[in-house]
Design a protein around this ligand. Structure first.
Ligand SMILES: [Zn+2]
Length: 639
């Protein structure tokens, strides 16, 4: 494919656009430029594109709305007569130019998940477009928590989640990963609260509740972020720090003590960290993801606070996004694996640098187990093509493409490349890739072109087109998938084998080993994944009484154990499982548990009962998945 592509960067505003020219059959070579189309944005950046935003906003917890004016600097082609923004559920009050003169605008028809295009007429002299608007109380990106839903229960809390296409529900913006802009913001919040964004941040509460922010590197809209609440700050290193509710900020600083070393290890691998400081905020439990790589300020779930620093690979992952994703960005959501596959690869390399190969190989093994499961389940779904790395999400919610495939199949493809050419050559290629493509977007096809020229041809290695066909454009997991080797897991397998053939668990794991935590949480996870599909209640009880899985302090361990509990109707775990489900909003933990429950009629009823209590604590990202799984709301409407 890429052989027929030529790339031109158009000198138009944010010069992100990739123009593909097909080599035409005729001699005249009149080549119609063909834009890389993002099907998930109404914007027509080739006509008019945003380059900068000044955001002046006021956060109102009573009405659960944000009232704001977003003023955009724009760049346009000569004949542009309009600029199109993405919006979803916004109430637009007025649109003006840079001189305060009203501009004519029209809000188009609203479509599911896409929202409405906001079309603004441009005059020849228009340089700036200012939009005054209010968000809807049920804006999909905004999670408004009452104080009961926070850790400290001292006051309400607000956080955003913009990826993939939810930014348009709180800012009228050209919401495409290929469109970048800088921003300044001025935000007013209730007195006593701290406000933070994906920008330069305060570390102390301002008495008047008024805060200013600057992001002077161009970012795509999905990296816009805001958090408001009773939040404290603790510095960790010269360039790192952590924000959290006051009661957990100390525990968070302990958990993430290695952050500074991670930044240094990452820079050692792939070049300087480009965003100034690297801070992390631990959000209340309803945050639907593990983490979100908002520039300068990673948003993270509290479920990684295990007390023993065992789940910090998530921090390495979000930090790695500062290169893969935030510097070099997937051009469309069909290319999502370029963000996530690279990031898992990079995360693994950071973990290896800090904790050794035997540690990172455990993580790689867990990833491969998860990947195989995901491939099986997607292959049996109505979209088996979602196991291809390059996705086809036109007409679908891009959230559908956010599966393990992008992450772990992406990782194993990159690992295969590393093993093929050797680590040294691959690292040189990657460092150059992040440097030379910084602040630009990337399509899968352009990545392949760069691989061919900058990795293979440069090193005199034959290009293997079959590799791309098998890994990027075909379903499933190719047979040449690299196999991680973990001696530590081999020892766990040994224990499992003996246990399955009847040796009591007490004889295999000494009480001392449990107390000294000889096994890391990854080994426990591997153990739980390796338990047989069918167990007796006696076996479940014996394991739990000795190893105390039901009350583990580690969310990953809890989640894996509860799946077994549901499968085997092990009722002693139900109470704490319900507690876990009501207080945890991380989708990764929710879907396996609800998914296991709905397999039986009795389980389905239990799932619905728990969901009724838990749903108010979940973010839209989680409820949109679970509503579908549980047919939530369908019975009510059919009556
Ligand atoms: Zn990621």
């Amino acid at each position: 494919m890429q052989k027929y592509y030529k790339r031109y960067l158009l000198a138009l505003g944010a010069s992100f656009m990739l123009y593909a020219c097909s080599t035409s059959q005729n001699e005249t070579e009149i080549q119609e430029p063909m834009k890389v189309v993002d099907h998930h944005s109404y914007a027509k950046p080739e006509e008019a594109v945003i380059t900068h935003m000044d955001w002046d906003a006021s956060v109102d917890f009573d009405t659960k709305t944000i009232g704001a004016t977003a003023s955009f600097g724009i760049s346009k082609s000569e004949n542009a007569s309009e600029i199109i923004f993405d919006t979803n559920g916004l109430s637009i009050q007025e649109v003006k130019d840079g001189n305060g003169q009203p501009l004519t605008f029209e809000l188009g028809e609203a479509k599911p998940f896409m929202g409405s295009p906001l079309m603004v007429k441009l005059e020849p002299e228009t340089q700036k477009v200012s939009i005054k608007y209010t968000t809807s109380p049920d804006a999909e990106a905004l999670q408004w928590l009452n104080s009961k839903q926070t850790a400290d229960e001292k006051g309400p809390f607000l956080f955003t989640q913009s990826e993939a296409i939810l930014a348009r529900s709180w800012v009228p913006v050209q919401d495409s990963p290929g469109i970048r802009f800088t921003y300044n913001a001025h935000v007013t919040v209730p007195k006593g609260m701290l406000a933070l964004m994906s920008a330069t941040n305060p570390t102390e509460v301002a008495e008047d509740g008024s805060y200013s922010f600057t992001m002077n590197k161009p970012i795509p809209a999905y990296l816009l972020a805001l958090a408001v609440g009773d939040i404290a700050y603790q510095q960790i290193g010269s360039r790192t720090g952590v924000y959290a509710e006051p009661s957990i900020v100390k525990a968070a600083a302990y958990e993430f003590e290695d952050m500074q070393h991670m930044v240094e290890a990452a820079e050692e691998l792939y070049g300087p960290y480009q965003w100034g400081v690297y801070d992390l905020i631990v959000l209340p439990p309803s945050f639907p993801f593990g983490g979100m790589e908002n520039p300068r300020l990673t948003f993270a779930t509290p479920t990684i606070l295990a007390g023993d620093r065992s789940l910090v690979s998530l921090v390495a992952h979000e930090l790695a996004h500062s290169w893969s994703g935030n510097l070099v960005t997937n051009a469309t959501w069909d290319d999502f694996w370029l963000n996530e596959g690279f990031t898992v690869y990079f995360e693994q390399r950071i973990m290896e640098a800090l904790y050794g190969r035997d540690y990172s190989e455990m993580l790689a093994t867990l990833n491969l187990q998860g990947l195989k499961k995901e491939i099986k389940s997607i292959s049996e779904s109505e979209h088996p093509e979602d196991t291809e790395l390059k996705l086809h999400l036109e007409g679908r919610n891009p959230d559908d493409g956010m599966t393990n495939i992008a992450y772990d199949k992406g990782y194993y493809f990159l690992r295969l490349l590393e093993e093929k050419v050797g680590r040294e050559k691959f690292d040189t290629f990657l460092k150059d890739y992040f440097t030379s493509n910084a602040f630009h977007s990337m399509t899968t096809e352009e990545f392949i072109e760069q691989l061919n020229t900058r990795l293979f041809e440069k090193n005199g290695i034959a290009i293997d087109e079959q590799l791309y066909k098998d890994w990027i454009y075909s379903e499933g997991l190719p047979a040449n998938c690299p196999q991680p080797v973990s001696d530590r897991f081999a020892k766990v397998d040994e224990v499992l084998k003996k246990w399955e053939s009847g040796t009591p668990i007490q004889e295999l794991i000494s009480p001392e080993d449990i107390i000294t935590k000889k096994w890391s949480s990854h080994e426990w996870l591997h153990f739980l994944h390796g338990l047989p599909e069918s167990m007796t209640l006696e076996q479940m009880t014996a394991l739990d009484e000795y190893l105390n899985f039901t009350y583990s302090g580690n969310s990953e361990v809890l989640d894996a154990w509860f799946v077994h509990a549901i499968k085997h109707q092990y009722t002693p775990a139900y109470k704490n499982m319900e507690n876990f489900l009501v207080h945890t909003g991380r989708r990764k933990f929710l879907t396996p548990l609800y998914g296991e429950m709905v397999k039986t009629e009795a389980g389905k009823q239990m799932a619905k009962d728990i969901y009724a209590k838990a749903r108010p604590n979940y973010h839209y990202v989680a409820t949109s998945t679970l509503d579908a799984m549980l047919d939530w709301g369908k019975e009510e409407t059919s009556m």
